[in-house]
Design a binder for this molecule. Sequence first.
Ligand code: SAH
Ligand code: SF4
Length: 358
Amino acid sequence: MTDLYRLLPEEMEKIVIELGQPRFRADQILYSLYYKFPKEISEIKQLPIQFRNELIEKGFTIGSSKESHRVESQDKETTKLLLNLNDETPIESVLMQYKPKKMFGHPRSTICVSTQVGCAMGCVFCATGQMGFERNLKAEEIVSQVIHFAKILLEKGQHITNVVFMGMGEPLANYTETLRAIQILTHPRGFGIGQRHITISTIGIVSAIEKLANEKLQIGLAISLHAPNDKLRQMLVPTAGQDSVKELIKSGKNYFLTTGRRVTFEYALIEGVNDTPEIAEELALLLKDNGSHINLIPLNPTAGDFSRPSRRRVMEFERILYNGGINCTVRVEKGTEISAACGQLRTDILEKYNNTVN
Ligand code: SAH
Ligand code: SF4
């Protein structure tokens, strides 16, 4: 079985030709896949019925996930989808919409996708990390999360503007499938979103960041730093191992030098753990003259015995970084009441809908 959403346009062409069809049939399929979002091959109306049947007979399919629940936040700006994969594994994806006035005049519809079921990195404050690792998602399972939302938005006359790899899992620990999904999503004959509208968030696997830099893509990179020194970081990210804070910063710099894209460092602020003024000073010194941007994420308390710092504490941390010459923002909170913040996917909804998800 091969899902058509797994194929790059060049691969689609090869298959069509091997099946004795003219090359333009590939374009007909691609048009349908990325503009009409069919649920199954029989819905690709652009193709002759005979060829649709042949594709089905040859083991091609569409649909590596099915929507099982949809939850909208009260302000309607955040939508969370619980999707069931074909092996019945549930995963979550989130749509976050930003009104034009908040985003300098441009409306934004950002999809946050998952790349793994669970995660092996074990970050102590992360619900996904505490679940443990179940399996990698296949490229088509990543793409299908975007397609579900593209279809929902199409019905409202809207479209996806950004995709962030910040859902469940560590994208660079599922490198090949993540990269294939990105190639499909950004291919002008595929989903066609600009590379600059995609961001990968990684816990920071140095060797994989180097590999990614050498792909010379224009995608954005966010490295989850969470601490200015190795001792504290090891406590929060027990699998950080060889990848020291210094090396992470070096790999971020190298990513910028190779791709021209500036790296963002993410920093989940946890009360009494990594949010003190002294730690802010240490972080400011560490990132001084680095040209990077730091995104502070006040913790969503979902795992372990950790709390979110007060607003005042967050602002104080931000002020110290700012005074230290660091380019810094605090993440806009979205969808917390429906547990849709990135990094806290699935666990909550599974508890809520345990009786209906089967
Ligand atoms: N594995 C990748 C991407 C998924 S997590 C990574 O760690 O970067 C996406 C972001 O959500 C990361 O920056 C992560 O640190 C953050 N995150 C995870 N759990 C969180 C929580 N409970 N509160 C706030 N941010 C969290
Ligand atoms: Fe995995 Fe990212 Fe969660 Fe860490 S924060 S456990 S890397 S998903």
